[in-house]
Ligand binder design. Structure first.
Ligand SMILES: NC(=O)c1ccc[n+]([C@@H]2O[C@H](COP(=O)([O-])OP(=O)(O)OC[C@H]3O[C@@H](n4cnc5c(N)ncnc54)[C@H](OP(=O)(O)O)[C@@H]3O)[C@@H](O)[C@H]2O)c1
Length: 316
């Protein structure tokens, strides 16, 4: 751990005070870390607006949360599929109508290890399309409301940023020539993380100090991630790993995003997650981030390429 600011146990949700009056938008709450994060925010009295692609699963999630926490909780869903720009735009319209204040947008949803190259309806390779472009568009469209709310943007990355080619494959963004399930997942997570630090730079340059932007990762957590999109073999290996102490609970995996959404005076330049072996499990705090994730020329180029891809310029 680089800093021991939260003591031996690391950051835990016990540090969160009463969140009554606060509103959190969170993507991907039908399972895994997103579900656990939503649940903890609700137990602290927050209003939670979930952004999920599947309304049936969302209804079930709301039912489960109400059964566990009581009918008084303030939770709702707006349908949004990160794989479709039109769906993201439609969801944002609804958010802007229904959610006057956004204390934090937590970009948690993702897919991983998609076995064969698949394109989204907008023509993006699916992992990059969902994990990076989908979230990038969502953030760009909600930025004015987040700024007016003096809120935060939290991106859930992955230690996968440090695997694969460790840069962005600008000459073949869809990986037509060398598709690999893990290589592209790693690329998508690196892209997400890079855009956090590039956004911080851009906000600083524009003299905007009201919005805070954070990058974190959940370590290795027992969730549905591989089950949802991975191949049979990856699913089998991951199922075995989940039984070992190398993998922690989804609840613990939600702590880094909760910390980034709620902790006061958290240094934006950090990368937060479990700080134990390989950063897979352990007390939550600041993790070392390898220099390629903050390569300025790649970050700038990625920003330009991403704005072009979503057909929109961020309006600071
Ligand atoms: N678990 C780990 O060990 C691990 C490690 C590193 C990083 N992460 C990161 O942690 C975050 C949470 O993942 P998780 O592990 O909790 O996985 P998970 O249990 O599979 O949850 C992913 C959530 O994202 C949603 N989602 C997927 N595609 C979507 C789309 N196109 N539009 C909207 N929502 C979509 C899923 O909804 P559906 O129910 O509709 O599929 C689900 O609610 C991800 O960013 C992931 O990359 C996880």
């Amino acid at each position: 751990m680089k800093t021991k600011q939260f003591g031996k146990e690391g950051w835990t949700p016990e540090r969160i005070g009463n969140l009554k009056g606060k509103t959190y938008l969170i993507t991907g709450t039908t399972s895994g870390t997103g579900f656990e994060a939503a649940k903890i925010l609700l137990t602290k009295g927050a209003k939670v607006v979930m952004l999920n692609r599947n309304s049936q699963k969302s209804d079930k999630t709301i039912l489960v949360l109400k059964q566990e926490l009581g009918n008084h909780i303030d939770v709702s869903n707006i349908v949004m599929d990160l794989a479709e720009m039109a769906s993201v735009k439609k969801a944002v319209e609804e958010v802007l109508k229904k959610v006057p204040v956004i204390d934090a947008l937590i970009c948690n949803a993702a897919i991983a290890q998609v076995p064969k190259q698949t394109l989204t309806v907008d023509g993006f390779e699916s992992q990059l399309g969902v994990n990076h472009y989908g979230n990038f568009l969502l953030q760009a469209l909600l930025y004015p409301r987040i700024e007016a709310s003096k809120g935060r943007i939290v991106t859930v990355g992955s230690m996968g940023y440090n695997l694969g080619i460790k840069t962005i494959q600008f000459d073949d963004m869809n990986w037509d020539k060398n598709y690999s399930p893990n290589g592209v997942y790693s690329q998508s997570k690196l892209a997400q993380i890079m855009c956090v630090y590039e956004l911080q730079d851009k906000l600083k340059k524009a003299g905007k100090t009201d919005v805070k932007v954070y990058a974190c990762h959940p370590g290795a957590s027992s969730t549905s991630l591989i089950k949802t999109s991975g191949s049979l073999l990856t699913r089998f290996v991951w199922q075995l790993m989940k039984l070992s102490p190398l993998v922690q609970s989804a609840k613990k995996g939600s702590y880094p995003e909760l910390m980034c959404a709620t902790e006061l005076n958290l240094d934006e330049s950090g990368f937060y997650g479990p700080t134990g072996r390989n950063y897979w499990t352990g007390p939550v705090g600041e993790c070392n981030l390898e220099p390629h994730a903050k390569n300025k020329s790649v970050m700038e180029k990625l920003w330009t390429v991403s704005e072009k891809a979503i057909g929109l310029k961020w309006n600071f």
